[in-house]
Design a protein around this ligand. Sequence first.
Ligand code: SAH
Ligand code: SF4
Length: 342
Amino acid sequence: MNTKKIEKYLLELGESKFRLDQIKKAVYQDGIIDFAKISTLSKELREKLNSNFKILSAEPIEVLISQKKDSIKALLKLSDGNLIETVLISPKSNVWSACVSCQVGCAVGCSFCATGKIGFKRNLTSEEITDQVLFWKSYLRENNISGNFSNIVYMGMGEPFLNFEEVEKSLKVLISPDFFNFGSRKISVSTSGIMDKLEEFSEKFPQVNLALSLHSANPEKRSQLMPINQKYDLEKIKTELQKYLKKYKRKIFIEYLMIDGVNDGIEDAKILVDYLKLIGFEYLLHVNLIRYNDTNDKYKPSSKNKVKAFEKHLFDQKINVTIRKSLGQDIYAACGQLAGKK
Ligand code: SAH
Ligand code: SF4
């Protein structure tokens, strides 16, 4: 919702300032996305607003629900016709987490990622990012789905640190008590390692969680998987993470995809452990092992046994590690499967 435009309009109508507060409460707190349903406003004002403004900047054109009902994916059409996807995940009952996109496509081009394959089309505006959260708030409300909206993760389509300006604005709106009022600690931003933005990000949002997509601590393998490694290599990542850990003493999540025969051997686990120990502050590092989700390419997910063996090696070396459950594969809503098409 573009509150600035609405504010101006209300002023022109001679409405009191309080009206905007009522609208903001209804939209951001209660998840109402239809002016006609904001019962605190007069019927006349609701009609005027309805004919002049839209609350959501994007239009949902398809919603898919996974068989287990623990993952819901929406395809949204932006005002210029571009399509993006956003996902609502329930990691445990009565808890919902929204996964938002920040770009149409992605320029980073990781070889395992469906978003990377479509290339970069454009950045999303802050409003288009936060409207995904608004969409899910209203979805839960309209469908009488119970549970708390617990987390927001920037793990949908796109690279947050390559759309820093709008991502920054969107984080402010999500955190602001005047708007969504989410706690910073409930929000996570995942980067493929655009390290020249880390300092600015952490200064502005020291409480927002950081996830780094590593996927291999072997330079050749990482470059093969993620061409961005040639620009921001493991050495650079190490230096920047050290600065962050030293200054903030905040946990960093290390995302590690498990791809069959590519980066999932014990040798790879050893290289990973060495690398993490070289960074230091191991107690602040938490590795999330994610079995590769199919994106119809040359890769296959690692077997469960291999993932377990990898986990055990990390665990034995006193590295915090979790095998992350992937939800929504049947509707192509899992990490890396978002391609923004029907
Ligand atoms: N661009 C950011 C955030 C979006 S991707 C980043 O890369 O970190 C969110 C997560 O999904 C990343 O950790 C990414 O590496 C992972 N991912 C990409 N493709 C995947 C796939 N096919 N299977 C599982 N995870 C994948
Ligand atoms: Fe972009 Fe992240 Fe996909 Fe890599 S994994 S192509 S950075 S969205």
